[in-house]
Write a protein that binds this ligand. Sequence first.
Ligand code: BES
Ligand code: ZN
Length: 629
Amino acid sequence: MLKKTIMMKNIIFFIPFLMIISCKQKKEVASQLVEDPHSFSKPSMAVVEHLNLDIKVNFEDQQISGKAVWTINNKAKSNEIIFDDSKLNISKITLGAEEKETTFNYGEEKEYIGRALKVAITPETKLITIYYTTNKDASALQWLNPHQTAGKMRPYLFTQSESIAARSWIPCQDSPGIRFTYNATVTVPNDLLALMSAENPEVKNTTGVYHFKQIHPIPSYLLALAVGDIAFKAVDERTGVYAEPSVLAKAVYEFADMGKMVHAAEKLYGPYRWGRYDLLVLPPSFPFGGMENPNLTFITPTVIAGDRSLVSIISHELAHSWSGNLVTNATWNDFWLNEGFTNYFERRIDEEIFGKQEAEMQEEFAKKALEDAVKEMGDTSKDIYLKTEYAGRNPDDGTNDIAYEKGYFFLRTIEAAVGRPNFDAFLRGYFDSHAFQSVSTEQFLTYLNENLIKGNADLEKKIRVNDWVYGPGIPSNIAYAKGLWAKGGKFSKIDSLASAWNKGKLTDTSILTKEIGTSNEKKFFINMLPQEMTVKQMTDLDRQFNFTGSNNTDIQLAWYTLAIRNQYMVADKRIEDYLIENGRMWHIIPLYKEMMKIPGGLKRAKEIYKKARPNYHPMTYQAIDKLLD
Ligand code: BES
Ligand code: ZN
């Protein structure tokens, strides 16, 4: 076994007098004393509280320009406040309502995190106005030309701020441990609609000027903006869908269950506290499946399969309205608190809406993904721990199945140990007591000990908190559902069918499509197939299932992986189209990687990539440039 390489580097300094001040203050102070290695700001000196943003979106120059007016709390009566900056062009900074010009300077540029913007203030300063323009290659922005949209007539802009890209389009204290409310005025070409992670307009107006208000304190990575030819349709009184006009009807059909999902989520862990919950369906270059921007989840159009088979992604992004947006990881080293909790919550919502079997299937895929991730990263990797150390690196590199699935199984293991009703009551209490705060791993563990484990030695032994959080890989006490694998269970049936078919023992192959009906069953079946298959075998299955023609990107990813490996050329054209039309990073990079493993594959990968690259988001093409280099 390897030794523990990750220690509690981000030490929390609990000052003794904290004990005697009020409970509320205690939490605020505590959450801000966790040091964030990915932000230059010093919130214990001077911290932001409210943003008033006034910007203009200029498509000709591909620039956002305007001013960010910050209301601050100069706690330490400091003569300086520090913001994070990535390539912004700042022309002027003023103090107070009277806008008295002040001086500013920059710290040394650091890889990944940019530089500190140090602004001279007085001990009394409350308002700071920063006049700025974004850089042409601001990492949070993707400017699309009309051709890259569904409508092909108008340009489009969207932001992606998580993890640390907000600083490339707004000067801010860019740490998930710092929260603020915001107002914004955004001016756009008058034939386009602007939307933000806030209360949103439903229709375009003729002036092109839009006003936004986010009344709940959010961290900077949840700042978001989209501008385009966008229309809205309500799903129910609280939920609805924004999309380009030609996509809207399909999207509304696909996501018809979103209202039900919000109800299911509330039943589990308490009220949805943000007002409306809407979706924005983006153009296909959107680099993620979904992004939980408050009030307005951003979502890839590639999950619109036509049969609602990929909508659990909505459960996921919705769940972030609690785990992530309401209670936030204090630093990116605590990322599992965002994504592990969200995966757990997601599967609980799915269980309510789609039933136990569907949720158990997802758990099975999760377990395989986790095992694969640990195998790929290797026993000696310093990243196979829940508490991570990404100082000096890009925190985006921590978005892997350790955070997502090891995080999930840690919670799942606690659930199994204490029983679901106890665990649910605990989680509900955790969200309520930490609402609109940021929490470090250590703070969560303290809360867990005080409110659930309570020194019960038996429980401690069952759960093994330290092994999960500060130990490598997958602890042996991992809990998961085994019913699907039991005799007569769905997975053992599919597994025996796959094996019988592979041995050529299945005379009537129509039994396959009779037993294997849902998308998850198909995905599982593909997973159970041998790595090496003949073209004839691939053809036979395709005749039965038409996997090559599937519109479900999960199935496409699984099947195309097999097709590439086994040089099943029938799928070549579909694979190429898929890679050109889909910009979802985690759904395309594995296919490029697979191509590189076969003879002549690198050449083919490069040929396809040449056509696909112009459509990809900078984040996506930077990753693939490196891969194919
Ligand atoms: N917040 C993440 C996306 C993200 C993570 C963006 C880190 C930037 C940095 C989002 O909630 C997410 O997890 N998306 C997944 C959804 C899936 C797990 C259902 C995705 O995009 O695939
Ligand atoms: Zn997520």
